[in-house]
Design a protein around this ligand. Structure first.
Ligand SMILES: [Fe+2]
Ligand SMILES: [Fe+2]
Length: 152
């Protein structure tokens, strides 16, 4: 997956500094899979979602796709060390991420749906309603599988 310099610049613009906040910095401390931090994971999902949208001409809204992808795991804790939340993390963290993101940013319906439905079909009733959400749901599964396998 290779983005052009122009695409990389556009992507930075769409992020609108989301990746440079104190909370984004915090995400560098939390482990997502193996040795991959949540910060690195969400940036991978951002890049893959954007890449798929561009290369396959999927017609999703780039700014919403990129922002939603960055915030999809904005739950702000280490799920390996969080007891009850840890065990049910897969099921609950999309709602926690959405709550955190909505407290800090004005989100569009597409961005909300991307965050809430990214674990579908695990979250049976929180399903993707927009193409942006389908793309992130797929990109997240590809990146997560890669990270788990790569760390073995
Ligand atoms: Fe997630
Ligand atoms: Fe994720």
């Amino acid at each position: 997956m290779k983005l052009t310099a122009q695409e990389q610049m556009e992507l930075e613009g769409f992020l609108q500094g989301l990746h440079r906040t104190q909370e984004a910095e915090q995400m560098k401390q939390y482990i997502q899979h193996g040795r991959i931090s949540t910060y690195d994971h969400v940036l991978r999902v951002v890049r893959l979602s954007f890449y798929l949208n561009r290369r396959l001409h999927l017609g999703a809204s780039d700014p919403e796709l990129v922002r939603g992808a960055f915030l999809h795991d904005f739950y702000l804790y280490d799920w390996h060390q969080n007891g009850y939340v840890g065990r049910l993390h897969g099921l609950h963290h999309p709602a926690i991420a959405l709550k955190n993101a909505a407290q800090r940013y004005t989100l569009t319906p597409r961005e909300c749906n991307i965050i809430k439905s990214h674990m579908w079909p695990l979250t049976l009733f929180a399903f993707p309603k927009y193409r942006e959400a389908y793309i992130v749901c797929l990109a997240d599964k590809i990146c997560s599988s890669y990270e788990v396998v790569a760390c073995r």
